[in-house]
Design a protein around this ligand. Sequence first.
Ligand SMILES: Cc1cc2nc3c(=O)[nH]c(=O)nc-3n(C[C@H](O)[C@H](O)[C@H](O)COP(=O)(O)OP(=O)(O)OC[C@H]3O[C@@H](n4cnc5c(N)ncnc54)[C@H](O)[C@@H]3O)c2cc1C
Length: 297
Amino acid sequence: MMREIPRPSLAERTTLRLGGTAIAELVLDDVADLAALPGRLRALGGSPLILGAGSNILARDGALPLVLVRPRFMQGPDVVGEKDGKVLVRVGAGVPLPRLLRFCAARALSGLEGLVGIPGSVGGAVAMNAGSFGAETCKNIELIQIFNGETTRGFTVDALQYGYRTLSIPEEKKGFMVVEATFGLTESARDGISKRMRHNFFEKKSKQPVTAWSAGCAFKNPAPDMPAGRLLEQAGYKGKKLGGMAFSTLHANFLINEGGGSADAALALLREAREAVLQRFGFALEPEVRIVPCLSR
Ligand SMILES: Cc1cc2nc3c(=O)[nH]c(=O)nc-3n(C[C@H](O)[C@H](O)[C@H](O)COP(=O)(O)OP(=O)(O)OC[C@H]3O[C@@H](n4cnc5c(N)ncnc54)[C@H](O)[C@@H]3O)c2cc1C
C-alpha cells in the first residue's frame, strides 16, 4: 500500500543536503500503488516531484509547494531473455544504479561500465540519461515501462528521444514516471568488465569530490569540447565560497555544501558564476542539477 509521510525534509533526501519541507511524500513500494496515486495527488494539491536517490537535485529553502513521489520499485535486476545477441536485463526504477552495475560485473554483462560511481537510482539515471566515460544510460535501453498519470505503458528504445542529460517521449508530452527499464547488454569477459569499472571508479575518485555533499556537476558542458568546469576554473570559481557553499577545489563544476549551506546561497553562487562565465567567455551555462521547485523566470 502507498505510504504517506507528512512534511518531508528535502535536505534529508538529497545528496546536496539542501532544501526545505514539502507538503507530503508518497512512497510507492509496488506498481499496484500507482492506481491510488492520481487521486491522492489531487487531494494534496501542490506539484508532484518524482524523487529517486536525490543525487541531482537542488531544492529551495522553506515550505515548498511540492509533493514528493518516490518510486521504490525494487524488482530485479533479472535476466529476462535475449534479443539480437544482447542479454536483456530488467530492473525496477527504485533499484540503486550501483546494485545494477554489481550485477553486470558478476554476470559478465558489458555496456554500463561508464556509469560506475554515479549514485542515483535506475529511474533517475534513465530520466536524466546519466552518463560518463562515453557511456549513456539510454543508449543501452531496449524497453521502458512508464506511468503517465493515468496508465502504465511500455516503449521500445526507438520511441525515446534522448540526449545530453535528457529523455523525453514524444507521445507522452505531459511527462512520465519511469517504472522499470530493460537494458540490452553484451556478454563479455568478466575480468575486462571489472577492470574497466575499477579504472573508471578510480578516475572519477581522483578528479571529483565523490564523498562531499554535492549533486554532481552543477552546470552542463556548453559544448563537448568545452567543459563547464574549465570555464568556471578560468573565471576564478574553483574553490570559490559563499554562505557555506563552495565550488570544489578538485573539480570546479561540483558545487558543494560544506555543512552550513543553504539553497539561497547555492543559487546566489551559481548565478554569480554563470554571469562571470557569460561576461568573460560568452557561454550561457545551463544548470545540470534540477532546481526545485522550478520557478518561471
Ligand atoms: C558524486 C556524484 C557524482 C555524479 N556523477 C555523475 C556522472 O558522472 N554522470 C551523470 O550523468 N550524473 C552524475 N551525477 C548526478 C546524478 O547522480 C545522476 O543524474 C543520477 O542519474 C540521478 O539519479 P537520482 O535517482 O538521484 O535522481 P534524482 O536526483 O532523484 O532526480 C533527478 C531527476 O530525475 C527525475 N526522476 C528521478 N526518478 C525518476 C523516475 N523514476 N521517473 C521519472 N523521473 C525521475 C526527477 O524528477 C529529477 O528531475 C552525480 C552525482 C553525484 C552526487
